[in-house]
Design a protein around this ligand. Structure first.
Ligand SMILES: [Zn+2]
Ligand SMILES: [Zn+2]
Length: 346
């Protein structure tokens, strides 16, 4: 089969190569991948800026497809079932975090697409316990966006302490930012989304998806606008989704005393930040990283119930061989989310 692989550490070193079809091991299934989502992490891996990658490895941790083969010991699933899969391929099951069902922070966690072979390939093998059936109304395009949706659900519902009516700031209207917006809205937040002039189209979409207001930080003074919008109160909960230090700075400035900032974006490099205002306002800063099994169940409920709409986020689908164009589009920030169709030989 064909697979898009990171071949060596460092910048670049990514190519479509021919590899043997994988066989599902005990407790695993083989999925025929219909769609794989390109994520900021894939771009970081491409540029050699992601420390967790273990080359040689097939990229892609966001996927949807149909079950193609069952390994030994797999019940409750059938060939042909439409599924998506948790990106967590392995967690140790023994550490204090695993035993508390927080497998996302297991020190030995391995994820599809950088710890083990992922979904930018004709087939991927993964544990049957990672599977989630796609709701009938949900297509493969949206199915491939389940993983970023779970990132948003984890940040909003499991890390933040968001109250109905709270003022929320989302910095960075990329795919995860637009999903955090939708999940925060579903949780009763009043959401302001900020970005730069190059995000104009994404901010228009943010308004369509329910943002109370959007801010162009390179045109308007973000703090002034936020105080105006919130009647001088400031932000209760900020979600930093851009991985840009200027945005983190805006979060620290805009959040009220005893407010909270959830850091969702990854920077991929050291950054410098003025933290004294956070100390003096007693702001809580929390990380939010990936998702657990419980997060996925919750995300599937939100999807099936129509509380979030993933379709407007899909900007284009490319054959596996056109991955460079697709990565370039994702990097340029022209659209929102670009998908790979590994079954398209084009
Ligand atoms: Zn991702
Ligand atoms: Zn563990």
């Amino acid at each position: 089969m064909k697979a898009l692989r990171k071949l060596e550490p460092g910048p670049g070193q990514v190519a479509v190569v021919e590899v043997p079809d994988p066989d599902p091991g005990r407790g695993q299934v083989r999925i025929r991948v219909m769609r794989g989502g390109i994520c900021g992490t894939d771009l970081h891996i491409y540029h050699g800026l992601f420390s967790k990658v273990r080359p040689p490895v097939t990229l892609g941790h966001e996927l949807a497809g149909t079950i193609d083969a069952l390994g030994p010991g797999v019940d409750h699933w059938n060939v042909g079932d439409r599924v998506t899969a948790e990106s967590e391929a392995f967690s140790c099951g023994q550490c204090r975090w695993c035993r508390a069902a927080m497998t996302n922070i297991c020190p030995e966690r391995l994820a599809l697409g950088y710890g083990v072979d992922g979904g930018f390939a004709t087939f991927v093998c993964t544990r049957a316990s990672a599977l989630h059936r796609l709701p009938e109304t949900i297509g493969f395009d949206e199915g491939a966006l389940s993983e970023p949706l779970t990132v948003a659900v984890h940040a909003v519902e499991e890390r933040a302490e968001l109250k109905t009516g709270a003022w929320v700031l989302v910095t960075g209207p990329g795919p995860v930012g637009l999903l955090v917006l939708q999940v925060a809205r579903a949780a009763g937040g009043r959401v302001i989304v900020s970005g730069t002039r190059k995000d104009t189209d994404r901010l228009v979409l943010a308004e369509r998806l329910g943002a109370e207001a959007v801010i162009l930080v390179d045109v308007q003074d973000p703090l002034e606008r936020i105080l105006e919008i919130t009647g001088g109160r400031g932000i209760d909960t900020a979600f930093e989704c851009s991985g840009v230090s200027a945005a983190a700075h805006n979060c620290i400035e805009a959040v009220r005393r005893r407010g909270e900032i959830v850091q969702v974006g990854l920077y991929g490099r050291p950054v410098s930040l003025e933290l004294d205002p956070a100390t003096m306002k007693e702001v809580q800063i929390k990380g939010a990283f990936t998702h657990t099994h419980a997060t996925w169940r919750r995300a599937m409920d939100l999807l099936a119930g129509g509380a979030v709409d993933l379709r407007p986020l899909v900007s284009g689908t490319y054959p596996l061989n056109a991955w460079e164009t697709a990565f370039g589009q994702a990097e340029a920030g022209a659209g929102i989310k670009y998908l790979i169709d590994p079954q398209d030989a084009g």
